[in-house]
Design a protein around this ligand. Structure first.
Ligand code: PEP
Ligand code: MN
Length: 338
């Protein structure tokens, strides 16, 4: 920590600050300038009480951290890219760009099996589908629950695709982890820390969506909960943030991709479906995400989007998805990915 003292304070006031720094277990290094004194306090904040309370002292002007607040997520802790293994054959964060695709919600056996077979044929490597749905209104479809999880497991048996599905509640952690290959933490729960801990403790890979009003630092710190609970298999997923714009459901913040890549070592996924909320924008958002360096895309695909029980406006048709997969090929190659 760097502690900047106010100008024209007495030596006694300065000594009091130094004594407090030592008392809290840090070693102070004093830098005496012309007008004021700056103190570097050396010590590990994880094992000692924070020095931030010094900001309330009248002789202290400011207290600034030198290190990042997110330690394990940071590139300082792990300079190389980390990769996440999903199921037996999928590695996210390597050269191959992975496509996670499937319906917003699991609605029926026929709907899911049709979508699963089609996305697999078109080249998706992971199947998505919500069994527990976080809906704004309690009167909207809440998901099929365990029945939906069983259908996802059946689709995995039939297609060989590993499955990603949302974990909504701590009380479902064991149940969902039993069926899922990746636990998705949704935007509405991105700072539900007890849920993040429960997800981490299952040992399954965790895909952490960005909260719709979350700053990137808050998102990185939420990811820190997963790593701090001894689960290294974390992925960040940008899914758009809430802004004043009404042309789109959310504003997909593609700048988050290179920022997370610079700050953190975990793979980054982009969800253009929630991101724009419009099927007609999904292809352009995917091209952008690939160019920004995303490691995977999470795309909603439905056999009949017009009849979908959730998020109909943003889901691609099966043909639309197949065309997207074809059209993306040169962009994936141009980004140096497979
Ligand atoms: C979803 O993926 O269907 C979903 C509900 O995502 P988000 O939490 O990003 O809104
Ligand atoms: Mn959705």
């Amino acid at each position: 920590m760097i502690i900047v003292l106010k100008p024209n304070i007495s030596r006694t006031q300065e000594r009091d600050v130094l004594r407090e720094i030592r008392k809290l277990g840090y070693t102070p290094h004093v830098m005496r300038g012309v007008a004021r004194v700056v103190i570097g306090a050396i010590g590990d904040e994880r094992t000692h009480q924070s020095l931030e309370t010094l900001t309330t002292w009248p002789q202290v002007e400011s207290v600034m951290p030198v290190q990042k607040r997110f330690k394990l997520v940071s590139r300082e802790a792990h300079p190389q890219d980390s990769t996440v293994e999903v199921g037996k054959n999928v590695v996210i964060g390597g050269r191959k760009l992975h496509i996670m695709a499937g319906p917003c919600s699991v609605e029926s056996e026929q709907q899911l099996m049709t979508a699963a077979a089609a996305v697999k044929k078109a080249g998706a490597t992971i199947l998505r589908g919500g069994a527990f749905k976080p809906r704004t209104s309690p009167y909207e479809f809440q998901g099929l629950g365990e029945k939906g999880l069983k259908l996802l497991a059946k689709a995995r048996r039939e297609t060989g695709l590993p499955v990603i599905t949302e974990l909504l509640s701590q009380s479902h952690a064991e149940l969902v982890a039993e069926y899922a290959d990746i636990l998705q933490i949704g935007t509405r729960n991105a700072q539900n820390f007890q849920l993040l801990i429960a997800a981490a403790k299952t040992g399954k890979p965790v895909l952490l969506k960005r909260g719709m009003s979350m700053r990137i630092e808050e998102w990185l710190l939420a990811g820190e909960y997963v790593l701090a609970n001894e689960n290294p298999n974390l992925m960040f997923c940008e899914r758009g943030i809430r802004t004043f714009e009404t042309y789109t459901r959310n504003t997909l913040d593609l700048s988050a991709v290179p920022i997370i890549k610079r700050e953190a070592h975990s793979p980054v996924v982009v969800d253009p479906s929630q991101g724009a909320g419009r099927a007609d924008l999904v292809a352009a958002m995917c091209r952008g995400a690939v160019a920004m360096g995303a490691d995977a895309l999470l795309i909603e695909v439905h056999p009949k989007p017009a009849e979908a029980w959730s998020d109909g406006a943003q889901q691609l048709t099966l043909d639309g998805f197949a065309k997207l997969m074809d059209d993306l090929k040169p962009f994936i190659a141009a980004a140096g990915r497979e």
